[in-house]
Design a binder for this molecule. Structure first.
Ligand code: DOR
Ligand code: ZN
Length: 330
């Protein structure tokens, strides 16, 4: 059996820079026609020069694949002139609350103070992508952030707001309430719960932010994805860290899922008899929501079992050692 997907998109991807970028980018470019590239580098991507250089580095690392990097800017309280200049070079702006995750120390500490920039983004049609977590108790961080989404969705009804990598049933509920709220969800949050991370021996390679939640949350996310929820987009949040940063005290947050994304998504949707919903989840919904026209690429998968390697370079992938049924072919 063969499966073809038209222009799959990964709407949330960490590629890093330098040698790590060159190691990980080909996995995404081989499977996806494009991806939303996260800006949480050190220093962050927050000006035109850095943006141009980073886009060029991504394009060079994704050769020879036709791959559209949808570049994002790290949220700052940008003024109108800056946003007008940058608007045509970016897909969106990514907002991190200060200190909530990897490389977010330059994030936002006062959510009320940034509303003038949100008003400008609304005016200019620049989408807002949000890492929506507070500094509260780890399982409640996403839920505690939901009132902030609500406030912005109401105050800026023409601002397209994407709740990134949602992990709770409560976030799904909020999607229904505001027409300008959308969400991405990862592969790993459709599959694992907190038990997989910390219920037995600690699994650092499954540790990420937001942390995986309860079975009821995972099941609600999966049901929404399988049902073809039109406001839900696939975004892997594949976030590579070298093994010495993962298998260590102060383990870095991030799941490196890029090499296994489409094979595992196909297997998951197939298992639930929902393969017909996969094209919209991995492409159609994002194209409709954002008016995207990715390179017209057809990605094929064939049934040909393979074992996920224990490592790619010094990075351990999601599902390392497991046998997957589907393989992406060129
Ligand atoms: O687990 C995560 N890793 N969550 C994020 O928000 C950032 C990411 C990273 O950059 O490593
Ligand atoms: Zn991320």
């Amino acid at each position: 059996m063969k499966i073809t997907l038209f222009a799959p998109l990964d709407m949330h991807l960490h590629l890093r820079e330098g040698a790590m970028l060159r190691l990980v980018a080909p996995f995404s470019a081989a499977q996806f026609a494009g991806a939303v590239i996260m800006p949480n580098l050190v220093p962050p991507v927050d000006n035109a020069d850095r943006l141009d250089r980073y886009r060029a580095e991504v394009l060079s690392a994704t050769q020879p694949y036709p791959f559209l990097p949808l570049m994002t800017l790290f949220f700052r309280p940008y003024d109108a002139a800056t946003l007008q200049t940058l608007r045509d070079q970016i897909f969106a702006i990514k907002l991190y609350p200060e200190g909530v995750t990897t490389n977010s120390s330059g994030g936002v500490s006062d959510m009320a103070a940034i509303e003038p920039t949100l008003a400008l983004m609304e005016e200019l049609g620049i989408p807002l992508l949000v890492h929506g977590e507070t500094h509260g108790f780890v399982l409640d961080r996403e839920t505690e952030f939901l009132p902030i989404y609500e406030r912005w969705a109401r105050a800026f009804p023409r601002l397209r707001i994407v709740m990134e990598h949602i992990t709770t049933a409560a976030a799904l509920d909020l999607l229904e309430r505001y027409p300008n709220l959308f969400a991405t969800v990862t592969l790993h949050h459709l599959m694992i719960t907190l038990d997989d991370v910390a219920g037995g021996l600690l699994q650092p390679h499954l540790f990420c932010k937001p942390i995986a939640k309860r079975p009821a949350d995972r099941d609600a996310l999966l049901a929404a994805a399988l049902s073809g929820h039109p406001k839900l987009m696939f975004g892997s949040d594949s976030a590579p860290h070298p093994i010495d940063r993962k298998e260590a005290a102060f383990c870095a947050a991030g799941v490196f899922s890029a090499p296994v994304l489409l094979p595992m998504l196909v297997e998951l949707f197939e298992r639930h008899d929902a393969l017909d919903r996969l094209p919209d989840f991995v492409s159609g919904n994002a194209c409709c929501i954002h008016g995207l026209t990715p390179p017209s690429r057809i990605v094929k998968l064939v049934e040909d079992p393979w074992q996920v390697p224990a490592r790619y370079g010094d990075v351990v992938p999601f599902a390392a050692g497991q046998t997957l049924r589907w393989r992406v072919v060129d």
